[in-house]
Structure formats: structure tokens, C-alpha cells
Design a protein around this ligand. Structure first.
Ligand SMILES: [Fe+2]
Length: 324
């Protein structure tokens, strides 16, 4: 069956009615966007001669994604998060906001309200003995190289099995999540463990979609950051650790060359003792440069559903996060 009906007046009128163009209520922007979205899908069905079986199996995948709160996981896998970053990069360039450490995707696993520490402290609860000890440190500077004291450095990462506290109920509350305030020299330093990379659950609807594309669902070991300071542009970024098989093959497209960091293994006994570790550890250094801005909305992270960000809207938080 190869029929083409999309361009007929009957279908075009139908699309207008579907989009509520003949109704006074609702949102004009929603009507315009739905008109484009549904129209593009109608045309796709025509062009690819999509069968009813194919259409309803797609609906079934969407239902499974929703049930598993996995849209926040599929979105980076299909490049939407990186595409939004590319648009924000382009907007910055157009406005002349150049310089500074590059942004990259937030992902769906941030949890608001992590304990705050001044300058330096510890992020792990000491129970993950499979994880290599890590000393994570760096300096926050402006684009002229001046240290920024009092900057807020929010860090979150996975454990040695690739799981995140809150989403992995076996971990203690806020394990591997901290909000660090930089010291007088703009420095932050925390003891933690080297995170493992992780993958989409093999039997998940997200992986089912990736399988259809012949793609894996793996991420390299990485560490997430939000960095902010008054008078500077808020930065959402993450570092990918060098040497992971997926460092340059991240299913979520978060890798940027400037954000690949090689850890340095410290085995010297005197250095171990001086830093307070019990044995060899890996030092990871990530310095950050923030661009200056006077615009208040650029100094804070953009809104989206995030776990514990708004306790009154729990359903929305979970919808925007993912069970992995
Ligand atoms: Fe992550």
C-alpha cells in the first residue's frame, strides 16, 4: 500500500482541528508546536508507509518509557541534550559571551540539596571499598585568570558499580553528592572514589530503541558539575575520565575534548601520608573558568524537573529523572 494523503485539503483541515486552531482556549504556542509536531508525524507515516502494527508498537515503547521514567535517559541518547547545548553555545557566541570552560549535558540524575562543605571535605561514605580512592581538586577562575572565592561547585557522580545515590536506594543519602564553596584562592578539593561508567539497563525501553539503531547505551566514567558565582554565567558541565573504553564513544554525546581529564595515580608513601589517604589514590584536577555576565537569569541554572528541587511537585521530578 503506497498512498499519499498528507497534502490533501481534507488532511490539512483535519490537522488544524487536531491542533485546536478553531478553538479560543488553550495556548497559541502549544497549538503551533503541536501542529508542526503532529503534522510532521502524519507526513512521516505517509512517506514511510508506516503500518498500524508499527505505529502501535511505537506507542507501546512510549508507554514503557513513561512507566520507567526513562524519557530523561532516552533524550540524551537521541542527542536532544547535546542539541540544546549546541543551541546555547551558538546563542553565547552570537551575544559575544566567549571564553570559559565549555558546558555539557546535565543528565537526569542530579538531586538538589546535597550537603555543603567549605573548601574541602569528603563526598563518599566510606562503604564502597571497590572504588579507587580519588582526590578531586581544582580552581575556579574568571576568564582573566583571577580566582573566584566563594564560588559554588556542585559535584555528583556514580559509585564503583555505576549507581547514583537516591536513584540507587542501596546507597546512603547524598552519597557522592556535595556542594563545595571555593576557598579564598578559588580552590575546591574533595576526597571521593573514582566512579565507574554505566550503561542503560539491557532490558529497558531506552536500550530497546538504541538496539533498533544498532547503538550501545554505555557512558564512560564521568563526574558532573554545576558551578556558579555572582556576576558569572552558571556552568553545567561534566568531565569524562581518560582511558575509559567509552571516553570518546559516549551514548549520551557529552564528551568534549576540553573536558577529558586524565587522573594521576599517587603511589609515593610520603605523598599518601601528607594527603591523609590510607594507600595509593588517583588525583583528578579540573580547573574551571567562568564567563562574566550581568544578566541574572544566566547566573542560575535553567529550570527543569529535578529530584528534590521542589518537594511539592514530586511526580514532575520523577518524570524528569530516570531509573537507571
Ligand atoms: Fe552521570
Amino acid at each position: 500500500m503506497t498512498v499519499k494523503i498528507f497534502d490533501t485539503p481534507e488532511v490539512q483541515d483535519f490537522l488544524q482541528a487536531v491542533s485546536g486552531f478553531d478553538q479560543d482556549g488553550g495556548s497559541e504556542r502549544a497549538k503551533q508546536i503541536l501542529h508542526r509536531l503532529v503534522g510532521d508525524l502524519f507526513k512521516l507515516i505517509d512517506d514511510f508507509d508506516v503500518t498500524p502494527e508499527e505505529f502501535w508498537s511505537a506507542v507501546s515503547v512510549l508507554n514503557a518509557l513513561g512507566q520507567g521514567t526513562q524519557f530523561g535517559l532516552l533524550a540524551p541518547g537521541l542527542g536532544f541534550d547535546h542539541y540544546l547545548d549546541m543551541r546555547m553555545d551558538a546563542a553565547d557566541a552570537e551575544a559575544g559571551r566567549t571564553g570559559g570552560t565549555p558546558r555539557t549535558i546535565e543528565g537526569p540524575l542530579y538531586v538538589a540539596g546535597a550537603p555543603e562543605i567549605q573548601g574541602s571535605g569528603r563526598m563518599d561514605d566510606g562503604t564502597d571499598t571497590d572504588g579507587e580512592a580519588m582526590w578531586l581538586t581544582g580552581q575556579v577562575r574568571d576568564t582573566d585568570g583571577n580566582p573566584i572565592a566563594g564560588a559554588k561547585v556542585e559535584v555528583w557522580h556514580a559509585d564503583s558499580k555505576g549507581g547514583y545515590s537516591f536513584f540507587d536506594p542501596s546507597q546512603s543519602e547524598y552519597n557522592l553528592r556535595r556542594s563545595i564553596i571555593t576557598d579564598a584562592d578559588g580552590r575546591y578539593a574533595v576526597r571521593s572514589i573514582i566512579p565507574s561508567g554505566y550503561g542503560c539497563p539491557p532490558d529497558s525501553p531506552t536500550q530497546q530503541v538504541l538496539d533498533l539503531l544498532g547503538r550501545h547505551g554505555q557512558r564512560p566514567a564521568h563526574i558532573h558539575y554545576f558551578i556558579s558565582a555572582p556576576g558569572h554565567q552558571h556552568l553545567t558541565t561534566q568531565i569524562n575520565l581518560a582511558g575509559d573504553p567509552y571516553t570518546f564513544d559516549d551514548f549520551a554525546f557529552a564528551t568534549r575534548d576540553e573536558l577529558v581529564v586524565a587522573g594521576q595515580r599517587i603511589e609515593d608513601a610520603a605523598a599518601i601520608e601528607a594527603s591523609g589517604f590510607e594507600g595509593p589514590f588517583t588525583q583528578v584536577v579540573f580547573d574551571v573558568e567562568l564567563s562574566a555576565t550581568d544578566t541574572p537569569e544566566l547566573q542560575v541554572r535553567h529550570k527543569r524537573p529535578r529530584a528534590k528541587e521542589d518537594e511539592r511537585d514530586r511526580a514532575s521530578q520523577l518524570a524528569g529523572t530516570a531509573t537507571v
